[in-house]
Design a protein around this ligand. Structure first.
Ligand code: ITT
Length: 197
């Protein structure tokens, strides 16, 4: 089975990957987290920066995840800088609350948003693979749920039933249909095909 070192300092992502790659690929935690400056303008650039930085230090194939929440009417507010929104607020519950307040006057389509995840598998400078996944939904009117992490409590995914539940209330659904789950599924299909050849 192919093995990759996880180029991430985010323990929540590591937890999700453990389930998502089960039986497919081996993804190991890095011995130490590296500080990588995310200076790219796109998710792809930042995912590559992280994957390459860990590969240069640890000399093994790596996997990086660059992800974020894109509010369609305010694409630059979060997006690639999702982790750096409202840096004066260290807790995600406060960041979520601040977003709710910023969007107080927004209704209907103005609340549309999506989570995006770009995975970068870095084997060498000549062999790099990218996979992307998205999940569409809307920004809720309040924080709901205590599962997941980050902006999950304010994100209401488009799904049936349309019961208004947030991603933080839907851990099983998230594990199957999230941006990260979809990117992982594409990568597993690809590696399965290339390994079978
Ligand atoms: P690494 O770069 O070390 O992997 P990070 O937390 O800095 O960790 P990113 O730069 O990719 O990760 O930032 C992603 C941001 O988007 C961060 O603020 C997360 O809270 C948020 N995010 C990403 N995936 C999410 C998810 O599944 N649920 C909720 N929020 C998510």
């Amino acid at each position: 089975m192919k093995s990759f070192l996880l180029a991430s300092g985010n323990a929540h992502k590591a937890e999700e990957f453990k389930e998502l790659f089960l039986g497919g690929l081996q993804v190991q935690a890095a011995p130490q987290t590296l500080e990588v400056a995310e200076t790219g303008k796109t998710f792809i650039e930042n995912a590559l920066l992280k994957a390459r930085a860990y590969a240069e230090v640890y000399k093994v194939p790596t996997l990086a995840d660059d992800s974020g929440l894109v509010i369609e009417a305010l694409p630059h507010l979060l997006g690639v800088v999702s982790a750096r929104f409202a840096p004066e607020l260290p807790h995600y519950s406060d960041k979520c609350q601040k977003l709710i307040e910023l969007m107080a006057g927004s209704t209907g389509a103005q609340r549309k948003a999506y989570f995006i995840c770009v995975l970068c598998f870095y084997v060498s400078e000549e062999e790099v693979y990218f996979f992307e996944g998205r999940v569409h939904g809307t920004i809720g009117m309040e924080l709901k749920g205590d599962k997941g992490f980050g902006y999950d409590p304010i994100f209401i995914p488009d799904r049936t039933p349309a019961d208004g539940k947030s991603l933080a209330e839907l851990p099983e659904w998230k594990n199957e249909f999230s941006h990260r789950a979809r990117a992982v599924q594409s990568s597993l299909e690809f590696f399965k095909e290339t390994m079978d050849k």
